[in-house]
Ligand binder design. Structure first.
Ligand SMILES: Nc1ncnc2c1ncn2[C@@H]1O[C@H](COP(=O)(O)OP(=O)(O)OP(=O)(O)O)[C@@H](O)[C@H]1O
Ligand SMILES: [Mg+2]
Length: 198
């Protein structure tokens, strides 16, 4: 199963989402591969540098070009899970990844400019491929969060989870995965599994 973490915008939470989901995907005796398509290699560095044992079982493949991406995707066994962390603003590479996706995760933040960006990514997702939003670093108690959720609901845009803003999540490789971060991403993971079964 190939899961693509897709956003055209920088700094929305793609890498954080990819790493947490890879950690959840690799528990229960399953292994997962985190395919880092961002030349910055932040996901690869995170896995390499972190001492969190939940990240031990994750295979990492650095694949910042079309050729390397296809190669890395070919290596994911049919029963395995590959999670692709995309770079920002590289639409051509994103389209290549989306062609191979079983599930698409769209990280986003709350804010007026975000909704059109989310829609732009949704338009790139091939027909029939399930896609859901993850609202990252959210201040769930704010009016703007409530309004954004209401708007997504009205427009029928699926939100698969909200990850609250937490300093412990910002720690990245310098600290363990945050317990409440894992709790929130677990809900997203369940949505992914449900979408994959349908
Ligand atoms: N739930 C959260 N709470 C607090 N900080 C968060 C949360 N999620 C992400 N962040 C922080 O937001 C910043 C951007 O996150 P991340 O690197 O995951 O985004 P990205 O989309 O991969 O960025 P880029 O486009 O540069 O690859 C990071 O500093 C990260 O620690
Ligand atoms: Mg990133």
């Amino acid at each position: 199963m190939i899961i693509v973490t897709a956003a055209l915008k920088g700094g929305v939470g793609k890498t954080t989402t990819s790493v947490y989901l890879a950690a959840l995907a690799s528990s229960n005796r399953r292994t997962s591969t985190l395919i880092d398509a961002d030349p910055q290699g932040s996901a690869a560095d995170w896995i390499a540098e972190s001492e969190d044992e939940q990240l031990n079982r994750i295979e990492i493949a650095e694949a910042p070009t079309e050729r390397l991406l296809n190669k890395a995707l070919d290596k994911v066994p049919p029963e395995g899970i590959g999670i692709v962390d995309m770079p920002p603003s590289h639409e051509r590479l994103l389209n290549k990844a989306l062609e191979r996706a079983r599930i698409v995760i769209i990280p986003t933040r709350v804010g007026g400019v975000e909704t059109p960006r989310v829609k732009a990514v949704m338009e790139l997702v091939p027909d029939g491929v399930p896609a859901g939003l993850v609202i990252c670093s959210a201040r769930t108690y704010t009016r703007s969060y409530q309004d954004a959720m209401q708007q997504y609901a009205q427009e029928g845009i699926p939100v698969w989870g909200t990850i609250p803003e937490r300093v412990s999540i910002t720690a990245g490789p310098t600290g363990p995965l945050a317990a409440d971060g894992l709790e929130s991403y677990k809900k997203v993971w369940r949505k992914i599994l449900a979408a994959a079964r349908s």
